[in-house]
Design a protein around this ligand. Structure first.
Ligand SMILES: Nc1nc2c(ncn2[C@@H]2O[C@H](COP(=O)(O)OP(=O)(O)OP(=O)(O)O)[C@@H](O)[C@H]2O)c(=O)[nH]1
Length: 395
């Protein structure tokens, strides 16, 4: 029922926040000493990350930087609504927490488009919701018995309850998705909650700087994955293969893997199921042992590089892989049934078990061949494997 695909980045994020707090405590004296430089750096760093993330179409991170910039401006300057904000701290705390959750629910859309207006409307609604909650939460408080024991709890409910709900929601959203922006929103929210409750004394400027650096890191990591990871199979792309080729040594083996009769498969079951099969084959390839690094070359073709390994070594592991794929019962979901139809059909009706085989061509690097030529030889070996009747490994 629960698919916690984002568990790893979420745990890393939570560990990151904890380490941050420990480091902040440890270096508190140092932070105080350089607080002036940190203070001056906040504006330019946040503005730079704002522009950088907008350039890479990471509009949610741009919006976050924009919100922080407005917040810092309000804090530092004598704007004429400052007194009002100071007397409405709980409203500000809850509103920003709601905004983090909204950012986790929306998609990255071009910043300068009409979507910006909808985002601003959502943020205004967050403010209104927070206002409404603060005005009417006493009806919830009245449910608690009039007892002195409950007094401290009653004092915490107006702010702590929505904040905790927002953090739990962000935690769940982050764990259920591989989207790193959700993890960074969880970090922002946790740090915001901690500073809002003055759980720690270290400078808010220092927190903002660290957050800005983390935002930058997320934009860079996501852009890297966009360029070097295949979206469907999550395997490295041909671009990553050519990047690796530049740093390969004198000895390596290249294998080209192709799914047999994949076109027929697509024609029989449809493109969506073809995609599912590609993913399942890719997941098997990703587990290849013997030091083989797998790439999606394009379509239903994959490339494996065995760095510093000879052809006998590679062939041994590729043979095991070929056999594993051929014996693998691939359970795929029939996505052509949708909505009511899918709900009516039983699990066994909407699931299918299929089998695929792969043909593999292998070639080893020799002194006279460059990488492209070794690749070409592996491709010719693949052609021979197909000619031989498919589902085999050929040199
Ligand atoms: N579903 C899906 N199909 C793809 C994708 N990329 C390529 N294909 C399909 O893969 C099929 C490749 O077919 P062919 O190159 O003719 O080869 P084949 O049917 O596998 O036959 P042999 O290689 O000779 O065994 C084509 O129908 C492409 O449309 C993809 O990302 N998803």
């Amino acid at each position: 029922m629960f698919n916690f695909v984002g568990l790893k980045p979420t745990l890393i994020s939570i560990a990151g926040v904890s380490v941050l707090f420990i480091l902040a405590t440890y270096f508190q004296v140092f932070i105080t000493e350089v607080s002036d430089s940190i203070h001056k750096a906040v504006y330019p760093v946040l503005a730079a990350v704002f522009l950088f993330s907008a350039q890479f179409n990471r509009s949610r991170i741009s919006l976050l930087c924009g919100i922080w910039l407005i917040f810092v401006f309000n804090e530092r300057h004598d704007v004429y609504w400052k007194a009002w904000l100071d007397t409405h701290q709980p409203w500000l705390i809850i509103t920003l927490s709601f905004i983090f959750v909204v950012c986790a629910l929306i998609k990255d859309r071009a910043l300068l488009s009409f979507h910006l207006i909808t985002r601003i409307i959502y943020f205004v609604l967050c403010g209104a919701l927070s206002w409404y909650w603060l005005l009417h939460n006493d009806s919830l408080l009245s449910l608690l018995p009039d007892n002195l024991i409950y007094e401290p709890i009653k004092a915490l409910i107006p702010t702590l309850l929505p904040l905790s709900l927002c953090n739990v929601t962000l935690l769940l959203l982050s764990m259920r998705s591989t989207d790193l922006t959700k993890s960074i929103l969880l970090i922002s929210s946790l740090l915001w909650s901690a500073t809002a409750f003055e759980l720690h004394e270290f400078a808010f400027d220092a927190i903002l700087l660290v957050l800005a650096v983390l935002y930058l890191l997320v934009v860079c990591i996501e852009s890297y994955f966009l360029a070097y990871r295949d979206e469907l199979t999550s395997l490295p792309t041909r671009r990553a293969l050519h990047q690796l080729a530049l740093s390969l040594g004198r000895r390596y083996t290249v294998a080209m893997i192709d799914i047999d009769h994949f076109k027929k498969f697509n024609d029989t079951y449809g493109h969506d199921i073809g995609d599912q099969v590609l993913k399942l084959v890719a997941s098997k390839l990703a587990k290849l042992k013997g030091g083989g690094r797998v790439f999606r070359y394009g379509g239903e073709e994959f490339t494996v590089i065995f760095s510093r390994k000879g052809i006998e070594h590679a062939q041994e592991y590729l043979e095991v892989l070929r056999e594993e794929i051929a014996n693998y019962d691939m359970v795929i979901r029939d996505t052509s049934r949708s909505g009511k139809q899918a709900r009516k059909s039983t699990r066994s009706q909407s699931m299918k078990t299929v089998h695929v085989t792969v043909s593999i061509g292998v070639a080893e690097k020799s002194a006279k061949y460059r990488f492209e030529q070794v690749l070409k030889r592996a491709d010719l070996a693949l052609y021979r494997a197909k000619k031989r009747g498919r589902n085999n490994v050929c040199q």
